[in-house]
Design a protein around this ligand. Structure first.
Ligand code: SF4
Ligand code: MG
Length: 314
């Protein structure tokens, strides 16, 4: 709720004031139990920062994150440790997120040890089970992560996230580093695991095709703000925000009869250190109006499930 993550940046020579990068600038949303909520946008739009803030990997500048009705900022350190195992992360790059000096067994044992879950025998059994559901052969346990292909490594990364039986998994571009032929295997695995363990996903991606395949609802971010939030089919069929329309017009479509004209934007993404005063998209928007440069559009409910932040709908 009203989440802000602002990073100070060092003063450059001759510059009088310190600047602040508004990586996430006042966004509010809820993730419903059992759903997959997508966060999409170009790199630098704040989607990864949002995911990390949700996981409490750092303290947001302001705003409130609640999990299952508990305001996380009000918890004591030991209560927080208890909560932590309920939310886990799957990282983008299975090559750098797994320690190459550890065996698969050691990688999967680490979180169990950190949370003091069971004796050696019980932990071995948990490791065996999670490897099996993640499609990893049990003969892999004593091999090192670097011996595996990208797809296998991401299965290990997913197994590591799930071994604590979390409720919420934040997946930050989980298939972006993988070959297209492997991507769908990993996405299917994630969907199967969601059903089996009743997981809730926050799925971060810049790939609108992947998001459409896996998400129930999608939030579109631009320059640290939420531009639009809607159920997936609704968003793709009836995008309201000019930025969402631009993004969707850039997806390649195989059938020429279904191709729509691609909207080409003028200008570059402005810096989050110096965002436009009114609407963050005003410098590039094909529909820009006078008011857009002056005042920041508020998120509004267009239908019960469709929200957009744009002056066109006020
Ligand atoms: Fe474009 Fe104005 Fe809407 Fe921003 S508020 S997206 S500038 S029409
Ligand atoms: Mg990112």
């Amino acid at each position: 709720k009203e989440l802000k993550v602002h990073f100070p940046v060092k003063k450059k020579m001759l510059q009088k004031t310190n600047t602040v990068v508004k990586a996430v600038d006042d966004i509010s949303f809820a993730i419903r139990q059992g759903e997959t909520l997508g966060l999409v946008g170009e790199s630098g739009c704040g989607k990864s920062t949002t995911g990390r803030a949700v996981l409490q990997l750092f303290k947001p500048t302001s705003g409130e994150i609640s999990f299952a009705g508990k305001r996380l900022s009000t918890l004591t350190a030991s209560e927080m440790r208890q909560q932590r195992k309920h939310f886990q992360m799957v990282f983008q790059d299975p090559f750098s997120s797994l320690n190459p000096r550890l065996t698969v067994k050691e990688i999967l044992d680490e979180p169990l040890k950190a949370h003091r879950l069971g004796n050696a025998g019980e932990r071995s059994e948990k490791i065996r089970q999670i490897m099996e559901v993640c499609g990893l052969n049990h003969t892999f346990t004593d091999r090192y992560a670097h011996e595996f292909s990208g797809g296998q490594r991401q299965r290990i990364g997913i197994a590591r996230a799930l071994i604590l039986r979390p409720q919420l998994v934040v997946a930050d571009e989980p298939v972006s580093a993988l070959d297209v032929s492997i991507q769908s295997q990993i996405l299917n695995l994630m969907q199967d695991l969601q059903e089996e363990f009743q997981l809730t996903y926050l799925f971060i991606s810049h790939d609108l095709g992947v998001v459409r395949h896996i998400c129930n609802r999608v939030g579109v971010m631009y320059l640290g703000r939420m531009a639009e939030l809607a159920p997936t089919e609704e968003l793709y069929a009836n995008p309201l925000h000019p930025y969402t329309r631009t993004l969707l017009s850039a997806i390649p479509v195989a059938d020429p009869r279904l191709r729509k004209e691609r909207i080409i934007l003028q200008g570059d993404v402005p810096s989050a250190a110096n965002p436009p005063r009114g609407c963050a998209f005003s410098g590039r928007c094909p529909n820009v109006m006078e008011i857009c440069r002056e005042s920041r559009p508020r998120m509004q409910q267009v239908t019960s499930e469709h929200h957009v932040a744009c002056h066109l709908y006020e």
